[in-house]
Design a protein around this ligand. Structure first.
Ligand code: SF4
Length: 713
């Protein structure tokens, strides 16, 4: 295992400095981890790919390394009603293997499943996919990236034949002439990317932000389109309608590089501007201004994020924005295009190497006979032995413990009790499992519900690669070994595979060895890492596809052709459908959920980081002062919201930045402050992604602020 870049011996004390990357979001900012003698680790920023910046989460990441709540020994419970107790590794691993065998005997191979995460390195995501198909021989594998990126991934696969979140490097964003940013509060979700927006505006570019809230990102915009939640597709189609009717189409591009424009244009005939204004709340003037800014700029981009994507019609909504970008002739042009902003650290790589129910490494389809034959040959097994596609993340969780569902589940890098929709349902289904095993560095809410908890290494304790939001594969290096008693995910999978009689040597534990195998498994696939090695990844990473060990990588895709049979992009006609849960008399408000700057995902790490936890200690509910007045709510009151699925509470935060018919709740907290007690698990029909971004709620109760309270969520 590699550890330190530089070890200073010139004078005491000894300084150990390791160049690596942040553990959190998909920006994967460069950082140095510095230890002086045996003192605590600290973080310094580091130049990486022309950028040098960290946000609060990055600056405080070292607090995770020596954290007092770190798990350092396996835990297990002897019976469901018994507490977790310490165990040896052999006892815990034997128990896991024994429970898996018991489930196989009772329910067959499909009785066992795994659930992964978008924070796993490429090596771990790859090994987990292989473990499911080779050691467990189950189709039931999916991951929390299904909750983040799958609608955008499905839409770009359909339109372009290749899903790389950004098909160009980040630097292109700062150089574009006009940017439409739909549903991204980038200033809080990818904080260091905010500099790109400032550069764009400083260069004379125009920024248009689509968001129901006047966020820190929207406040930077030339035009803020403050639409009603869930109406993004109406807006996208309306903008295309204006482009068609006001002569802003790039007809030469449409003729040469696309197919299907006529059908898409016919479909948007009824999206005339004043109707779009009535549905979305975006004025006709702002709609027209937006299309003219995009259509008349020397270059332009359309970027989407979770706002339009996490909807019950997320795939079609993204397609609506892609149709607009294609009509204006943007994808594949210099400093132009369409892209989706990945959220999780390895949200991109996590979906490329077999962690998704329907995929094999290299972004291959598991139902493609050629793909199965190739991957099976790398794995040394018969193609016929590989299971077929499984089900999506929510479908897997929703069926746990029931006929046709898994009875035993292994969870890695995911806190499903907090991050999945309809949290009460997830808790019920976890309780119905015969057996739950969680691998985590910390006692997450899900780990505390498990029968066996295995303490595993975290960021900076092992090498591994991540693929950031640009499709740039980077090497994240270990600053030191894990604490005594802790093993890596790769070691755990290898040990379990051995106990389950998987082929000998099939599950190496060294990340470099796993990566080399991954490159062979991905070779020839859409996400081709075949020409990459750890050596080549230093110092600035490589963009996939990179098929040739001696050839270049690909910072920009689609310059000459799209990845479709005929090389052309696809317009696909899309229509807005009625929201699955419209506000009504019983639940008159729209709830939208999202992130805050200080926290990450379900908060397992950031809620344990003192500086971040004290800066943002509680769940909150943002609501407009007019709405607050109607209910007699004041700043700081404890507000209870109710949806058709449950109740959740947070401190009132009054803000004119949100629409009066909408409330916002971040999703980083558990207990009563868990926003997913409210959210609706209705699935997009194509991507099978839940519609986190919209459900109907009401203000059910509120209690005056009392600083002596100890029960705040
Ligand atoms: Fe880490 Fe993302 Fe912040 Fe960069 S922007 S320091 S990657 S959390």
């Amino acid at each position: 295992m590699q550890t330190a870049d530089d070890v200073g011996h010139a004078a005491s004390p000894t300084v150990r400095r390791t160049g690596t990357h942040c553990p959190y979001c998909a920006m994967q900012c460069g950082m140095d981890i510095v230890r002086v003698d045996d003192g605590p680790a600290s973080i310094e920023s580091r130049d990486f790919a022309g950028r040098r910046a960290l946000c609060q989460k990055g600056w405080t990441a070292a607090e995770l390394l020596d954290h007092p709540e770190r798990l350092t020994e396996p835990l297990l419970r002897d019976a469901r009603d018994e507490p977790l107790r310490p165990a040896t590794w052999d006892e815990a691993l034997d128990r896991v293997a024994g429970e898996i065998r018991r489930c196989w005997e009772r329910y067959g191979r499909e009785g066992v499943g795994v659930f992964g995460g978008g924070g796993l390195t490429n090596e771990k995501a790859y090994a987990l996919g292989k473990f499911a198909r080779v050691a467990l021989r189950t189709p039931f594998i999916d991951y929390n990236g299904r909750f983040c990126m799958s609608s955008a991934a499905t839409a770009v696969q359909r339109a372009f034949g290749l899903d790389r979140g950004l098909p160009f490097p980040l630097e292109d964003i700062a150089a574009t002439g006009a940017l439409l940013l739909a549903g991204s509060n980038l200033a809080e979700s990818l904080p260091t990317a905010t500099g790109l927006l400032d550069d764009l505006v400083g260069n004379g570019g125009k920024l248009i932000v689509v968001d129901p809230r006047a966020t820190a990102t929207a406040r930077r915009a030339t035009v803020h389109l403050q639409l009603a939640p869930g109406t993004d597709l109406v807006l996208a189609n309306g903008l295309l309608h204006i482009a068609v009717n006001e002569g802003l189409l790039d007809e030469e591009y449409i003729a040469e590089r696309t197919v299907g424009f006529e059908h898409a244009a016919q479909r948007i005939g009824s999206y005339w501007p004043d109707r779009v204004e009535r549905i979305t709340g975006v004025s006709v003037a702002d709609q027209r201004r937006t299309v003219h800014l995009l259509g008349e700029a020397h270059s332009a981009m359309v970027l989407t994020s979770r706002g339009p994507e996490q909807q019950a019609q997320g795939t079609d909504t993204v397609q609506g924005f892609i149709n607009l970008a294609l009509a204006l002739g943007l994808p594949g042009r210099p400093r132009s295009g369409y892209g989706s902003l990945t959220g999780q650290g390895n949200g991109q790589g996590g979906r490329e190497h077999g962690q998704k129910a329907d995929q094999l490494p290299g972004y291959r389809r598991i139902d493609d006979p050629d793909a199965r034959a190739h991957v099976a040959s790398v794995w040394g097994v018969e193609a016929d032995s590989l299971p077929g596609p499984g089900v999506s993340a929510w479908e897997l969780l929703d069926a746990m413990g029931s006929d046709g569902g898994v009875r035993a589940l292994l969870v890695l890098a995911s806190n499903i009790a907090v991050s999945a929709p309809q949290a009460t349902r997830v808790a019920e289904r976890i309780a119905a499992l015969d057996f739950l095993c969680v691998l985590d560095p910390f006692p997450s809410e899900t780990a505390l519900m498990a029968d066996v908890v295995l303490p595993v290494s975290q960021w900076a304790e092992e090498d591994g690669t991540m693929t950031n939001l640009e499709g740039r594969v980077i090497l994240r290096r270990a600053a030191g070994p894990p604490p005594p008693g802790v093993r890596t995910d790769l070691q755990v999978l290898s040990e379990l595979a051995r106990r389950l009689d998987a082929p000998a040597g099939a599950f190496p534990t060294e990340p470099r060895e796993v990566f080399d195998e991954l490159t062979r498994a991905s070779a020839g696939g859409v996400a081709d890492y075949g020409g990459m090695t750890y050596e080549r990844l230093a110092p600035e990473g490589l963009f996939w596809p990179c098929p040739d060990p001696d050839g270049p990588d690909t910072p920009r895709v689609f310059l000459d052709r799209f990845n479709t049979d005929d090389g052309r992009a696809r317009f696909i006609p899309v229509s807005h459908r009625r929201l699955p849960e419209r506000p009504d008399r019983d639940f008159p408000l729209s709830l939208t959920t999202g992130r805050v700057l200080e926290h990450y995902q379900s908060g397992t790490q950031t809620r344990r980081t003192p500086q971040l936890a004290s800066a943002r200690p509680h769940a909150f509910i943002e609501l407009h002062p007019v709405l607050a007045r109607r209910h007699g709510i004041e700043e700081g009151d404890l507000v209870w919201l109710a949806s058709r699925r449950g109740r959740a509470a947070g401190r009132a935060r009054l803000s004119p930045d949100i629409r009066a018919d909408t409330v916002f709740m971040p999703f980083h907290w558990s207990g009563d402050g868990c926003a997913n007690l409210l959210t609706n698990p209705v699935l997009d029909p194509s991507s099978r992604m839940p519609g986190f971004k919209h459900c109907a709620v009401r203000v059910e109760a509120h209690e005056p602020r009392d600083p002596r309270r100890s029960t705040s969520p």
